[in-house]
Each structure stands twice: as structure tokens, then as C-alpha cells.
Design a protein around this ligand. Structure first.
Ligand code: FAD
Length: 341
């Protein structure tokens, strides 16, 4: 069952690195289909920190996760890649003719000459706190990420955790929330010291509350919480709350990628640094998902990897075509592909 899509390249993962690979592959006339578990592009940038500023993208002194995603989409638009969201690639198999057969959990089949794994942290999922019945509130009043700050405006917000996400959102949501309470089980934080200090100042100024304890129970109905119960050394407490943001970390599960027969190192896919090819020729891995000596999990590293990968992918798809190195600045051929000449 399901339909079969035949293409040059399937890119697994629509994070920043998967998106930029569409550009580099497109300049070399390779047609891409991009598949992602999430319901939209941007990977970690869009899912985990859409409104947080990034300061180390070359040429952008400051850009938020969502702005970077939007700009990448604009940049790759001329290449008309096709996007398939809300599906996970379950299997990748090399066929007798050298092409690859990929199957998604939506039961579609893709046949591709080249596979680019840009799966980042894998199928990442937030850890759910051990609170009975929390599922009923998820996505309505309990969130594991801040997608729109406005969802928290004029709300009684309870943030749980002691890491960077918990502290960052405490600082960022304080100005717009009606009330904000940070809850952590210890008086020690994993977050950046500057954020912890700023949080403590806000407590001193009476602008937020900090409570040492653990969430034990939620009250509410129809998905909307109204009280959060806390277990504390000083005794139990129930506080009014209309939004709960538990930051218990993410499980970076590699997911199905682990079963594709690729050489792995500590759950990352081993690649060379000339082509960023995996142990299976024709399957490349770029961005956070790969491993090589000196690897830095930065977006800019993934962009570089995409450029070199594309050169190697081109040789697989068009073995007889000679690729001439060209600048986008001066090549009318490239500019025609970009629709600017
Ligand atoms: P990801 O962004 O992780 O995207 C991978 C995508 O693949 C995901 O959308 C996932 O759903 C999808 N996927 C995985 N498996 C499958 C499958 N089997 N089928 C279908 N889809 C699949 N980096 C910087 O350079 N500068 C910064 O300032 C910076 N700040 C950060 C701040 C925070 C809070 C976080 C969490 C990260 C930060 N990073 C920063 C790191 C940066 O976000 C990552 O390096 C970058 O997102 C990696 O991009 P990627 O495309 O490789 O993977």
C-alpha cells in the first residue's frame, strides 16, 4: 500500500542543516524530498528555541531560531524541494540496483539515489515529569517548549527545572506573565550562573517566586490546569497556575536511525570529513547526527558539511557530468537556477 516517490535525494530531517542541504544540492541540480517527524521545518531551532537569539551564524550578528528557519526556507525556495512533515523515516535499505528504498511510518515509499541523514538529535522528545494525569493537559496548558510567548501572556506560569531552558524562560516570560513561579527540587542549578543570578535578583525584587520542591499533582479540567500541588520539605503546598512548563530535559533517542546498519560512535553516525559519507556509500550524514574527529555541534559546521556532501552526491547521481566550481556571485548559470538572472 502507499504511494512510491522517486527522486534524486531524500533528506531525512528538516532542521537548519537539512534545509541548507537543499540549497547546496539544488545548485547542482539535484531534486530533494525532505521528511521530518515534526509538523514544520526548523528542527531544534523551531522546536526548542524559536524566539531565542543565535549569535554565531556567519553574517547574522543576531538571528532567532525561527528567523533563521524562515530565511533558510526563503533561500531554498527556488529549488522546489518537497516537504513531508509529521512522518518518521522508519527504514532505509540499499537495493540491488544501488538505489535506496525508504519507508515512513505513514506507509510511503521513497526511492532515492542518495540519502542524506540530517536527523540532528534523532527523534527527540521532552521527558515527561512523573505526575499522574499530566497527559490530559499537554498542549493545552502544560507545554514542554515555548512556541509562542503570547501563550503565556497574563498567565500564572509555573516553570519547573534548574537547567538553561528553565532559567531562560523564567527570565524571558517574567515580563509578560501575570505571575511566575520557578520550582526546582534543589537550590543548585545547572543553568548559566548569570541567568541564576538574574533569577535571584528577580526573586529579591518580588517579581517572581522561587520554591524548593517537586510537582506532585495537577488540578484542572478540560485540559486547563488551575492549581499545581507541590511536595516541599517545608510541607505540601498548592499554588494557582494556568500554565505549567516542565523542563526535565530531552531524550535524544536516535530512533530508527540506529537500525540502518551504519557504523555508529556513541549513538552518532560515523562519517569521513571529505564527503561526510557514512559506512554505506550513497548515504551521507550531516549536522548534529554525525561524528568525526573534532566535530562541533554547531549550525555553521552543518552548513559546511552540506556543501561538501553535495559535491559527492552529485557524482553519484550524475557520474559522467564534470562539475565546475563556480561562485553564486559571478556565475549566470547558478543565478538562473536561483531565479535572479
Ligand atoms: P536538528 O535541528 O536536530 O533537526 C533534525 C530534524 O530531524 C528534527 O526536526 C527531527 O525531527 C528530524 N528527524 C530525526 N530523525 C528523523 C527520522 N527518522 N525521520 C524523520 N525526521 C527525523 N547552535 C549554534 O550553532 N549556535 C547556537 O547559538 C545554538 N544555540 C542552541 C540553543 C539551544 C537551546 C539548543 C537546544 C541548541 C542550540 N544550538 C546552537 C544547536 C543547534 O540547534 C543544532 O546544532 C542544530 O539544530 C543542528 O541542526 P540539524 O539540522 O543537524 O538537526
Amino acid at each position: 500500500s502507499g504511494n512510491e516517490i522517486v527522486t534524486d535525494v531524500v533528506v531525512i530531517g528538516g532542521g537548519p542543516v537539512g534545509l541548507f542541504s537543499v540549497f547546496e544540492l539544488g545548485l547542482l541540480d539535484l531534486k530533494c524530498h525532505v521528511i521530518d517527524i515534526l509538523d514544520r521545518p526548523g528542527g531544534q531551532c523551531a522546536e526548542l528555541y524559536p524566539e531565542k537569539p543565535i549569535y554565531d551564524i556567519p553574517g547574522f550578528p543576531v538571528v532567532t531560531g525561527q528567523e533563521l528557519t524562515d530565511n533558510l526556507l526563503k533561500q531554498i525556495a527556488p529549488f522546489n524541494a518537497e516537504f513531508h512533515y509529521n512522518r518518521m523515516v522508519n527504514s532505509v535499505e540499499k537495493q540491488a540496483d544501488g538505489t535506496f528504498r525508504l519507508v515512513t511510518d505513514a506507509d510511503e515509499t521513497f526511492i532515492a539515489k542518495v540519502v542524506v541523514i540530517a536527523a540532528g538529535g534523532g527523534s527527540f522528545q521532552p521527558k515527561r515529569p512523573p505526575v499522574e494525569g499530566i497527559e490530559a493537559f499537554e498542549g493545552k496548558s502544560v507545554y514542554y517548549a515555548v512556541r509562542k510567548m503570547d501563550d503565556f501572556r497574563d498567565q500564572d506560569v509555573v516553570i519547573v527545572g534548574g537547567g538553561d531552558s528553565a532559567l531562560d524562560w523564567t527570565l524571558n516570560l517574567q515580563p509578560i506573565a501575570r505571575s511566575l513561579t520557578l520550582v526546582h527540587r534543589r537550590d543548585a542549578f545547572k543553568a548559566a550562573p548569570a541567568s541564576v543570578n538574574r533569577m535571584k535578583e528577580l526573586v529579591m525584587e518580588g517579581k517572581i517566586n522561587f520554591l524548593l520542591g517537586q510537582v506532585s499533582k495537577l488540578d484542572g479540567e478540560n485540559g486547563q490546569i488551575n492549581h499545581v500541588h507541590l511536595t516541599m520539605d517545608a510541607g505540601d503546598l498548592s499554588i494557582p497556575a494556568t500554565r505549567l512548563l516542565p523542563f526535565f530535559g530531552l531524550t535524544m533517542k536516535l530512533g530508527p536511525v540506529a537500525d540502518w546498519g551504519l557504523d555508529l560512535n556513541d549513538n552518532l553516525i560515523v562519517v569521513d570529513t571529505e564527503k561526510f559519507e557514512t559506512s554505506v556509500p550513497g548515504i551521507f550524514a550531516i549536522g548534529d547526527i554525525n561524528h568525526y574527529p573534532g566535530k562541533l555541534k554547531l549550525i555553521l559546521s552543518g552548513f559546511h558539511e552540506a556543501a561538501l556532501m553535495a559535491q559527492a552526491a552529485k557524482k553519484i547521481v550524475s557520474p559522467d557530468e564534470r562539475v565546475i566550481f563556480q561562485y553564486t556571485t559571478s556565475s549566470t548559470k547558478l543565478q538562473k537556477k536561483l531565479g535572479v538572472a
